[in-house]
Design a protein around this ligand. Structure first.
Ligand SMILES: Cc1ncc(COP(=O)(O)O)c(C=O)c1O
Length: 390
């Protein structure tokens, strides 16, 4: 990494209170929740300060400008056009646009992976009320397998909904290859992007994704209750409105003349956004996305993978720990999981040492982000070495 870039990462680290020495915390858990940075907290506080004495309407203009920024920053992160991206509240939000908006009918079939996070399962299971079938594609070694997927496609299959990165082992799906198959077979391709969005490079066009959804509370380092969704432009008018909002039409910020019921919905993904916006979170999400965009997703990805390389080398040489994540370059992500005989006990040792990680499916899950550095990894390795002796 060149010097200027390394300096930018060091400067970014200083913006995260979780990295302050006095807290004695080493945070490797962005796959669970991203910690808030000072600019994000400032955005929240500034809004709360203002809203004590200013009416909401006085802030509307700034908030709507911030929403435009979010859509545009989101488009940059996803490789989409600005009019294809909307502000959502969670991953679930966009997945529901897909499940209840796509023109699926009785007897149609939706494919999911059998190792999905439940957020990408329940919206589809709810479609059973409309006579739509949900079929799980069997995983191999706990990851989605393209050959089995191909064999699972039947005459009634209309859609595949899949994670960008699997939450428990960090397996990054080959979305480009899978997208090609979906397009060839005429399937809608929906992606739960939360475990990669903002941290693993993606191009929704190259991957031929129809709908992509991601909460921003993890890798995008934004507060809970914020997110992005993408709906491919030429699909926007074909899908049913799963819900409809008075803010899905253009008031041109004039909220004093509201008896117009004939306004058309926006000609953009914004038509799917919902009701009055949580302004504090809008300003915060903008600040968070600006940081990601400034450092650049590709640079963040490289930074994280380089940190994980050090850990992988130690784990492999330890003769005790076993990496369960795929180490094949195209399937690697910013999540690394490993295990060992008493993995749960070792995990407890990490908790005692104030190393924040997760325990998922029998493995310790480490998820470094832009604010972590080599010292954090050394600290982790030190504790793992000690724990090996227990
Ligand atoms: C793959 C995946 N999808 C979705 C979610 C969460 O969904 P939502 O943002 O709707 O709460 C998580 C984790 O919380 C996840 O790991």
């Amino acid at each position: 990494m060149d010097r200027n870039l390394a300096a930018s990462f060091r400067a970014a680290r200083r913006l995260f209170p979780v990295t302050e020495k006095r807290r004695n915390i080493t945070y490797f858990n962005s796959a669970s929740t991203g910690p808030l940075s000072k600019p994000v907290k400032k955005a929240l506080y500034d809004y709360y300060e203002l809203t004590q004495y200013l009416e909401k309407s006085a802030i509307d203009r700034d908030a709507f400008a911030a929403l435009d920024n979010i859509r545009s920053l989101g488009a940059g992160i996803l490789g989409a056009a600005e009019n294809e991206v909307g502000f959502g509240f969670s991953t679930t939000f966009g997945l529901n646009i897909a499940a209840f908006g796509l023109p699926l009918k009785k007897g149609d079939e939706v494919l999911l992976s059998d190792v999905e996070f439940p957020a990408n399962v329940y919206p589809w299971l709810a479609l059973r009320q409309n006579g739509i079938k949900v079929k799980m594609v069997k995983s191999v070694d706990k990851h989605f397998d393209i050959e089995i997927f191909k064999k699972s496609i039947g005459p009634k299959t209309r859609c595949l909904s899949l994670s960008f990165v699997q939450f428990f082992n960090g397996y990054k799906n080959d979305l480009e290859e899978i997208g090609k198959i979906c397009r060839r077979k005429g399937l809608y391709f929906v992606v739960d992007g939360i475990q990669g969005c903002g941290v693993e490079a993606i191009d929704v066009k190259k991957c031929r994704i129809d709908i992509f959804s991601s909460g921003a509370q993890k890798w995008m380092l934004s507060p809970l209750g914020t997110g992005l969704f993408y709906v491919r432009k030429d699909l926007q008018k074909k899908i049913k409105m799963p819900f409809a909002s008075w803010l899905g039409v253009d008031w041109k910020l004039n909220f004093s003349d509201l008896f117009h019921y004939d306004l058309p919905f926006f000609e953009s993904a914004r038509r799917f956004e919902m009701g009055t916006y949580p302004y504090a979170h809008v300003f915060a999400a903008k600040a968070a996305l600006e940081m990601i965009a400034t450092l650049g997703v590709k640079n963040i990805q490289r930074h994280n993978h380089e940190l994980l390389d050090i850990l992988i080398e130690y784990l492999q040489e330890s003769g005790f720990y076993r990496v369960v994540s795929s180490l094949e370059e195209k399937h690697r992500s910013s999540i690394l999981s490993f295990t060992c005989p008493e993995a749960k006990d070792i995990y407890k040792e990490l908790v005692k040492a104030r190393i924040i990680a997760s325990f998922r499916e029998g493995a310790i899950r480490i998820s470094p982000h832009l604010f972590n550095d080599r010292n954090d990894i050394s600290r982790l390795i030190q504790i793992l070495k000690k724990a090996q002796g227990f």
